[in-house]
Design a protein around this ligand. Structure first.
Ligand code: OFO
Length: 164
């Protein structure tokens, strides 16, 4: 049986992951408005990934006999100053999520909750990838600066991302 404290923290994390999904879906819509459909695609795929993350926590909680208590999802932002501003926001958000995952790991360790600790390792690794992806796109955006052609090349590359 999972502890009440861990149960609460996982419910909170489901909300964090749902908010991540909401944020990236909102951002996908923003890029669609700008006719940058490659960026749109990348964020739309990312939105799905975040739903999968929320589901992983949900399923784990149910498996451990915890109570599911879903809270309201915060309204995400709707607009950004441009691609760079948007991807700075993605990176900042992923760093925040990494912090949340690390707190969960600390909690699992303190409680000697080995099952939660083991489950969380998947997320520890996933966050390395999440941050690296955001960092990579941001670095490319910084490289091209205000050059439209460079931006369109990045857009074309991001159109290749497929749902995992
Ligand atoms: Fe769920 O990893 Fe991004 O937020």
């Amino acid at each position: 049986m999972i502890s009440k404290k861990m149960e609460e923290a996982i419910n909170k994390q489901i909300n964090e992951e749902m908010y991540s999904a909401y944020l990236y879906l909102s951002m996908a819509g923003y890029f669609a408005e700008q006719n940058l459909m490659g960026f749109h695609n990348w964020l739309y795929v990312q939105y799905h990934e975040e739903l999968v993350h929320a589901e992983k926590f949900y399923k784990y909680l149910v498996e451990r006999g915890g109570q599911v208590r879903l809270a309201a999802i915060k309204e995400p932002e709707h607009t950004w100053k441009g691609p760079r501003d948007a991807f700075e926001a993605v990176l900042k958000h992923e760093r925040h999520i990494t912090g949340r995952i690390n707190e969960l790991v600390d909690m699992a360790e303190a409680e000697k909750d080995r099952a939660s600790f083991a489950m969380l390792q998947w997320f520890v690794n996933e966050q390395v990838e999440e941050e690296a992806n955001a960092q990579d796109i941001l670095a490319k955006l910084e490289m091209v600066g205000d050059h439209k052609q460079g931006l369109l090349m990045i857009d074309r590359a991001l159109a290749e991302r497929k749902k995992g």
